[in-house]
Design a protein around this ligand. Structure first.
Ligand code: COA
Ligand code: AMP
Length: 628
């Protein structure tokens, strides 16, 4: 089979192609229909019934994999390593599902999971799937206000959490964050279940909080609840262009089909192989390729609570690969850049036996060619870039290594994966020529596994993704396709920035800066960063004659407490005025280019050209730059 054959087969008979992929799963009722559009909503396999947890666990236990390792937890930060067989993971999940039922959770209810990288996070997700409840995992690094906005939107009946997270050598107690978030959003939950960790236990609020282990011991296992293919499996919030995060809704049937297909065709993984996505369950990579994808495929998945460096050194990844015979590693380019910076000669790589490793995959941000080349040389395996988003849930463009390993072109995520008809359009909606940059869009319908809607706001879904070019999904990314069909993604064309593979909204950060009493106006733009890809930088106009250094320092603290340390907000330029058009629109693109020392253009509609001259002077002299 060649890539061309596979892609063309999909293109010729898309419904048939996906029905065939779906038929590889153990449905309760096999779907007879493929894609349908019902009341403006895209649906896959509408007459199929199944259960995602059944596919991930029960099916394998019933088919000879009971004793195989399903999940290996490796935690350098807590010094723990545990292996869960399919049988034991099923037992714990079925009892966690029983615990949810005892707490009154039933099919269609929402549950927030706010947990660090511990096995219970995966168990919690699978337990929700088992009873048809809709989980929403919130990344443990988000501060209370971000958690609050997600709770307010998802309206969970129950929150599943832990007593603390562990960041290298810093303990992060979760109880104050949960309490503050619940206070801010004024949403009442019927229960908060807390997994007490050894590193720090949490005080329990009488009547609201319950101890995970006590409840689990009392709960009996429950069976899988059949759900419709189109019933939601989860909501995952992601940054949009405004401060309000978007709740991406994923279905059950399309999701399982797409993940099973991608595990085979993109990642070349089969049952029994060991797959490691070094990410976090709070991100889409964690959902798709720490929890659901590898388990549905019958692989062993690694859940790693640590960092690529510092836990304890830049050899952490190679130690794990050797210890568990990892076949495929997936992480963000930032992680690889961090390793390369610490260990440029790959001395720590040589310390370990990495022979089991077949390939390395990178996504979440652009994989810069020097890092890709370095990884390939030092590890002696293929390093594969793949482009996708929270919205799509699985790769849009990649090298289909399970079908045909195409030659790598540095800087490109290779070619569109079957299911995705990727095009590049100019502002007027015309297709760009090969090599010409434009907006990257996907012709509708989207394949199985992509977002169905935005939770509670279908109009926002249509407006954000489908309204710019009729008949196309707008990815928000810019790029081009070369004459051989290789796709190059060059970066966001909207106000979303990518910090160490984490997606943030500059609009959200601007709202936070504007809360400071001395800030009259502000703009946040992305500055290129050697390690993290991009970091946010604020341009701030003060309303009072405050000491700029004090304000800059307070803004750093404000972003940490409102968004979290992961925003990496450290730099502020205090300016007299912001460049604007006559209609009052801030010229963020110009600001960004100036900040990154790139050629920039000033639109003729600028209100006051002298602001640009002043900024130029300031950015050269950096007389008002304040960092911390
Ligand atoms: N809970 C609480 N705080 C967290 C956190 C979490 N889960 N994750 C990160 N933070 C904090 C960090 O402690 C750090 O705080 P500090 O400013 O006080 O030091 C801050 O947020 C920034 O974190 P991070 O970006 O992780 O920086 P780092 O310097 O600790 O680590 C890297 C640098 C490169 C090792 C790290 O960014 C990394 O592993 N990146 C890969 C990202 C990734 O896997 N993305 C997923 C998409 S595939
Ligand atoms: P997220 O939804 O957090 O996964 O972020 C998705 C965004 O990350 C995309 O819209 C891109 O801007 C960026 N991204 C992800 N993978 C890649 C890649 N391989 N190359 C370039 N950008 C990427």
């Amino acid at each position: 089979m060649t890539y061309e054959n596979e892609y063309n087969e999909w293109l010729r008979t898309p419904d048939e192609f996906w029905r065939q992929q779906a038929s590889k799963l153990a449905w309760y009722n096999q779907p007879t229909v493929g894609h349908e559009s019902v009341d403006g909503q895209s649906q896959w396999f509408a007459d199929g019934t199944m259960n995602t947890c059944y596919l991930a666990l029960d099916h394998h236990v019933l088919n000879g994999r009971a004793k195989q390792a399903a999940l290996i937890y490796d935690s350098p930060v807590s010094g723990v390593s545990l292996t869960y067989s399919y049988e034991s993971l099923l037992d714990l999940t079925a009892r966690a599902a029983g615990m949810l039922i005892d707490l009154g959770v039933s099919k269609g209810d929402t549950v927030i999971i706010y947990m660090p990288m511990i096995p219970e996070a995966a168990i919690a997700m699978l337990a929700c799937a088992r009873i048809g409840a809709i989980h929403s995992v919130v990344f443990g690094g988000f501060a209370a206000p971000e958690l609050a906005s997600r709770i307010a939107d998802a309206k969970p009946s129950v929150i599943l959490t832990a007593s603390c997270g562990i960041e290298v050598e810093r303990i992060i107690p979760y109880a104050p964050l949960i309490n503050e978030a619940l206070r801010l959003c004024e949403h009442e939950v019927s229960a908060c279940v807390v997994l007490q960790r050894e590193a720090a236990s949490a005080p329990l609020h009488e009547g609201r909080d319950f101890d995970w282990k006590t409840l689990l011991e009392r709960s009996g296992p429950v069976d899988c609840v059949p759900v419709n293919a189109c019933d939601p499996l989860y909501i995952l919030y992601t940054s949009g262009t405004t401060g309000r995060p978007k709740g991406i809704v994923r279905d059950n049937g399309g999701h399982a089909t797409a993940l099973n297909y991608s595990m085979g065709s993109v990642f070349d993984m089969n049952a029994g192989d060991v797959f490691w996505a070094a990410s976090d369950v709070g991100w889409v990579v964690g959902h798709s390729y720490i929890v659901y994808g590898p388990l549905i495929r019958g692989c062993t998945t690694i859940l790693f609570e640590g960092k690529p460096i510092m836990t304890p050194d830049a050899g952490a990844f190679w130690r794990v690969i050797e210890a568990y015979n990892v076949n495929t590693l997936f992480s963000a380019p930032t992680a690889f850049r961090a390793i390369r910076r610490e260990d440029p000669n790959g001395v720590l790589i040589k310390k370990y036996n990495t022979e089991s490793l077949r390939r390395v995959f990178a996504a979440g941000e652009r994989l810069d060619p020097p890092t890709q080349v370095w990884m390939g040389e030092k590890l002696g395996v293929g390093v594969i870039d793949n482009w996708w988003q929270t919205e799509t849930g699985w790769p849009i463009c990649a090298n289909l290594t399970g079908v045909e390993d195409l030659p790598v072109k540095y800087g490109s995520a290779t070619k569109p994966v079957p299911g995705f008809d990727v095009r590049v359009l100019d502002e007027s909606g015309q297709r760009c020529e090969a090599g010409e940059q434009g907006k990257v869009v996907i012709k509708l319908p989207l394949p199985p596994g992509c977002l169905m809607t935005v939770w509670g706001d279908h109009l926002r879904f249509q407006d954000a993704y489908l309204s710019q070019f009729l008949g196309y999904y707008s990815s928000g990314d810019g790029g081009y396709v070369d004459h051989e069909g290789y796709v190059f993604i060059m970066g966001r064309v909207d106000d979303v920035i990518n910090v160490a593979g984490h997606r943030l909204s500059t609009g959200d950060l601007e709202e936070v800066l504007a809360q400071h009493s001395s800030v009259s106006e502000c703009a946040v733009v992305a500055m290129r960063h050697e390690l993290k890809g991009e970091v946010p930088v604020g341009f701030v106009v003060l309303s009072a004659h405050d000491n700029p250094e004090n304000v800059a320092s307070e803004l750093v603290d404000l972003v940490r407490s409102e968004v979290g340390g992961i925003a990496c907000y450290k730099q502020t330029h205090i300016v007299h005025s912001l460049p604007k058009t006559r209609s009052g629109k801030i010229l963020r693109k110009t600001l960004k280019s100036m900040l990154n020392h790139e050629a920039y253009s000033v639109p003729p509609t600028i209100d006051d050209p002298s602001v640009i001259t002043e900024l130029e002077h300031q950015l050269k002299g950096e007389e008002y730059e304040v960092s911390r």
